[in-house]
Design a protein around this ligand. Structure first.
Ligand code: NAI
Ligand code: A1CAB
Length: 270
């Protein structure tokens, strides 16, 4: 989208919680002017916080729904109530960017008649511009809506298109994935404490290790199995640790965790 075109567009985040606020910040970082950007809040204190942090106007849900681009950031379980509240307020041809896990473009299009729907899965590292977002267009949307959404979300991190049928699986890997990685980081630190490190040092080492391992994998494009081999000396410390991970089923547990999250995403379709 050209700068002049972008500046004429009103973008509203309807449901500005953890993910809605992350996307709001990314949209602003991408060049959308704050004076044409709206948010919703259910408590006055939250409204003041959003205005102070981002310089945006907090409006009613119906006013947000009437924007050119509506980013929907409520929980899947809150969709029906919001759709009822904004019935008739969404403009014909408006772009509806959904952040909702599991909810299909078909259901969103039925809930917001006339809107062009793009379904996305963002993840919380978007807060620091290191997220990965996947997206798919609904039946009434196409290249223009996908490109506009990619541009709006560019500051979240990496953005890639997938067939909608793969979004539940992607939710398991990248949507919920940060929680699984945080569980690993927490356990790494706990192990460090068990082995005698002060907790603050153990946490610092665990966080830096997760960051470094991720960067090494992304920046070299090397398969993680090979990177793991590069750490593992014959009869060394890593081989001893990896034997424990195998014996205690860490790999199987993570595979099951991702598949359970993907299954739950599909269930949230409603
Ligand atoms: N948190 C995460 O890591 C991810 C979340 N998502 C999806 O993002 C969406 C938002 O999740 P979170 O930000 O974690 O939840 P959240 O609970 O922090 O945010 C939801 C927001 O919607 C607002 N809301 C609820 N009902 C409303 C209504 N009727 N009118 C106006 N506002 C209303 C709430 O006040 C809250 O601010 C969910 O659909 C979730 O599936 C997707 C990928 C990752
Ligand atoms: O737990 C959830 O349902 C949301 C969707 C993916 C990450 N958080």
């Amino acid at each position: 989208m050209a700068d002049t075109e972008q500046s004429a567009v009103t973008v509203a985040v309807l449901g500005t919680g953890t993910m809605g606020e992350a996307v709001l910040a990314a949209v602003l970082a991408g060049g959308q002017p704050a004076e044409r950007t709206l948010a919703t809040a259910r408590r006055p204190q939250r409204a003041a916080e959003l205005t102070e942090r981002h310089g945006v106007r907090v409006v009613t849900v119906r006013e947000a729904a009437a924007a050119d681009v509506v980013v929907l950031g409520v929980k899947p379980q809150q969709l029906d109530a919001v759709a009822a509240e904004v019935a008739g307020a969404v403009r014909e041809g408006a772009l509806l960017v959904s952040l909702l896990a599991g909810v299909t473009t078909a259901r969103l299009a039925a809930a917001f008649p006339g809107a062009k729907v793009v379904r996305t899965v963002v993840n919380t590292p978007a807060v620091v511009g290191a997220g990965v977002t996947v997206l798919a267009a609904g039946a009434g949307a196409g290249e223009a809506e996908l490109a506009r959404t990619e541009e709006l979300l560019a500051a979240t991190g990496t953005v890639l298109r997938l067939p909608e049928g793969q979004l539940d699986a992607a939710t398991g890997v990248s949507g919920s994935g940060p929680a699984f990685v945080f569980a690993v980081a927490d356990a790494l630190a706990e192990g460090g404490v068990g082995a005698g490190l002060p907790r603050a040092v153990a946490l610092q080492l665990a966080a830096a290790t997760v960051l470094g391992a991720g960067r090494l994998m992304v920046e070299t494009g090397t398969h993680p199995a090979l990177l793991r081999e590069q750490v593992t000396s014959p009869a060394g410390t890593t081989a001893a640790g990896l034997r424990e991970l195998d014996a205690q089923g860490m790999r199987a547990a993570l595979v099951s965790a991702v598949m359970a999250a993907a299954k739950r995403s599909a269930e949230l379709a409603g």
